[in-house]
Design a protein around this ligand. Sequence first.
Ligand code: RTP
Ligand code: MG
Length: 148
Amino acid sequence: MEQTYVMIKPDAVQRGLIGEIISRIERKGLKIAAMRMNVMDKNSAKAHYKEHSERPFFTSLIEYVISGPSVSMVVEGNNSIVIMRAINGATNPVNALPGTIRGDLAVETGRNIVHASDSPEAAKREISIHFKDDEITGYKKIDEAWLY
Ligand code: RTP
Ligand code: MG
């Protein structure tokens, strides 16, 4: 079953949106296979956003994601990578459609409240940064014939 890494960023935690965001993921029919709330350590944050290390916003991006507690999740289901990107909406909330998390709940790129891996390679890499294998549960849901 395809897995992706999802983060509820510190601004969403501060705004009391953890439940709202998790609820949207669950209602879609995806399964949360692992979950933790912590302040991400700086090295993990830098490794996570390595692809942006040369960009002008890199320093402020790292400070943002380690500025307070965030929620890290492994989300599972067929096509979960593409589906989670669609649920989150466009990077800049100005362009994010209503109905998406960013379209409904965020107003600026630098405070866009959620993250999801953008490819199978990124998902594998990001999950390995944030979770040990034995922290990811392999449980089955009783309705797995219809959902994940
Ligand atoms: P994410 O990785 O957080 O899920 O976001 P994304 O794929 O939609 O966007 P990405 O291009 O990977 O950018 C990563 C995060 O960096 C911040 N950002 N700031 N100031 C800027 O121009 C700028 N561009 C990107 C955002 O927090 C974005 O989510
Ligand atoms: Mg990204």
